[in-house]
Design a protein around this ligand. Structure first.
Ligand code: ZN
Length: 214
């Protein structure tokens, strides 16, 4: 991992994977079925302010909101852990673990891009990142073009897409990620002690294969 120096609002690129953050939720739920899918979704988008940082990027043409102003601190491991603790204290341990796991997974995946993250904020303002693919500081369109024409980022996107579809199919029997997302969401409850739909045990996830269809 490369330290990128102290945080500054200089970086203007987007350069992040669109598919990766979706994939994290599906693969986490497939491999760790006791995690709560609803809190995985919220935790996964906590570092980006539940989508607000993207909206600000698109409307201002700048990514300073993603990693510096407003949502720089949310891409730090202490912040993700603390947010998970708060969620856990209010909604239960399962919710807290799910939220923290997803937020940290988002932060780890973002390390691949060139913008860098304040991983140890508030203890340090230094940014870290791997810079695996190029980026452009001449606007979002140019940056997206740089991202989607880089072999490394294209490979990451392809692998994530395959993993996401595979996980959706395993968990719900459907290749349709949108349908699978709605299905997985409906199976959950916000609170640990709330009964799962249909009277099932909270945290269990019946696999299509277990029901006789492979
Ligand atoms: Zn992010």
């Amino acid at each position: 991992m490369l330290p990128l120096g102290n945080g500054s609002p200089a970086a203007q690129g987007v350069s992040i994977s669109v598919t990766a953050h979706l994939t994290e939720m599906y693969v986490a739920k497939l491999k760790l079925p006791r995690l709560n899918f609803r809190w995985l979704v919220l935790g996964c988008y906590f570092p980006d302010g539940l989508g607000l940082s993207k909206l600000l990027q698109l409307t201002t043409g700048s990514s300073i909101f993603h990693r510096d102003i407003l949502f720089g601190w949310t891409h730090s491991m202490p912040a993700c852990g603390l947010a998970g603790l708060i969620v856990g204290a209010i909604f239960g341990r399962r919710a807290g673990w799910s939220f923290a796991f997803a937020a940290l997974a988002h932060t780890v995946m973002d390390l691949g891009d060139p913008l860098g993250e304040k991983l140890f904020f508030p203890f340090s303002d230094s940014k870290f990142g791997l810079g695996l693919w190029p980026w452009s500081d001449t606007g979002i369109a140019a940056d997206l073009l740089a991202y989607y024409t880089s072999p490394v980022s294209l490979l990451v996107e392809a692998v994530c897409l395959v993993l996401a579809i595979y996980a959706c199919k395993r968990m719900t029997g459907s290749y349709n990620a949108l349908r699978a997302t709605i299905d997985l969401w409906k199976r959950e409850r916000w609170l640990d002690h709330a009964p799962a739909p249909g009277g099932g045990k909270v945290g269990t996830l019946p696999m299509p294969q277990e029901q006789g269809s492979s």
